[in-house]
Design a protein around this ligand. Structure first.
Ligand code: SF4
Length: 310
């Protein structure tokens, strides 16, 4: 197979103009060799992770996924390129058929547990054109996996009719702050908080939940970014609709393995929010207490434990 070229980033072809664009993002296409990857670390409770794209147009300031860029210059330019896995649906069919074959030889046959996605957003803007995520859902529905979809995009609602056919589904909507100005600082290209909360409410009301469908909806605030005190209660009240809220402190500010992978961009923005980060532990605890007080019917989870399907 020919070596993949990323015009504009590779040393050898820096001067070659990028062949394809989607908005301002550089767009590349490739034939993936595999799609379902064994899940490890934070989401090791799953069998596989599933990333329909490489790269993410949202380019959130704190995104750890930038570290998995194919080229160091692409890491620096995180948010401005996307790689489309053109043969994703075809691969998915093969890999799920293979799972099923292996399961048929086992005494404890079970569906695969799939987490979509870990290093991209399956509903970033390019999905409106390429529909790779949609094509994967169309394949998956025949196999009925236990599926978790992690996104911050209201575009997920577009696929409501397919999602209704899944029997084991959790939608995690990322909403790390209840203050729109904070959202604009940390993730300026992402959809508004209002649009995300409306989308998860639409899914909660529109997806079936009965003896045949175990469908769950969460809001994930991971990392929990600052929320102005005046916005906290209105934000929390909008979460009444989900069955789980997941929070986690900002990983960069804690000593640990993830420290090295937070983007520098976020570190600069954090300084602007001294009123929160000077006393982050206390502010985090207060927010958690508010969640517990206001959302008595909603499960409040922290960190890894919040990312399970169950
Ligand atoms: S949406 Fe997710 S994957 Fe995309 S940049 Fe933001 S944090 Fe990273």
């Amino acid at each position: 197979m020919a070596k993949l070229q990323y015009q504009g980033y590779s040393e050898s072809d820096r001067a070659i103009p990028v062949a394809e664009k989607f908005g301002s993002a550089n767009l590349y296409r490739r034939q993936a060799t595999s799609l379902l990857n064994p899940a490890t670390g934070f989401i090791k409770a799953y069998d596989f992770t599933l990333n329909p794209y490489q790269g993410c147009q949202y380019g959130c300031g704190y995104c750890y996924a930038a570290a998995f860029s194919p080229h160091y210059k692409m890491r620096q330019d995180w948010g401005n390129w996307i790689i489309v896995k053109e043969n994703a649906a075809e691969l998915m069919e093969k890999e799920l058929a293979s799972w099923e074959r292996k399961q048929s030889q086992s005494d404890s046959k079970r569906p695969p547990k799939i987490y979509m996605s870990t290093v991209t957003d399956p509903y970033q803007p390019i999905e409106s054109k390429e529909k790779i995520t949609r094509s994967l859902l169309e394949v998956m529905v025949a196999y009925q996996p236990i599926l978790v979809i992690q996104t911050r995009s209201p575009m997920v609602v577009r696929d409501m009719e397919i999602l209704k056919k899944f029997r084991h589904l959790r939608i995690n909507m990322s909403v790390p702050t209840g203050s729109e100005s904070v959202r604009k600082d940390f993730e300026p290209r992402s959809p508004s908080i209002k649009a995300r909360l409306k989308a998860i409410a639409t899914l909660r009301h529109g997806l079936p939940c009965d003896e045949l469908h175990d469908v769950r909806c969460s809001v994930t605030a991971t990392p929990l970014l600052p929320t102005y005190f005046k916005d906290q209660i209105p934000f929390i009240n909008k979460m009444q609709v989900v069955d789980r809220v997941v929070i986690q402190p900002f990983h960069n500010l804690r000593a640990g393995a993830l420290t090295a992978v937070t983007r520098q961009e976020a570190i600069a923005i954090v300084k602007k929010y001294d009123w929160w980060y000077q006393n982050e532990e206390e502010n985090y605890k207060k927010f958690k207490r508010l969640l517990q007080e206001q959302l008595s019917a909603v499960e409040i989870k922290e960190g890894q434990s919040g990312f399970t399907y169950e």
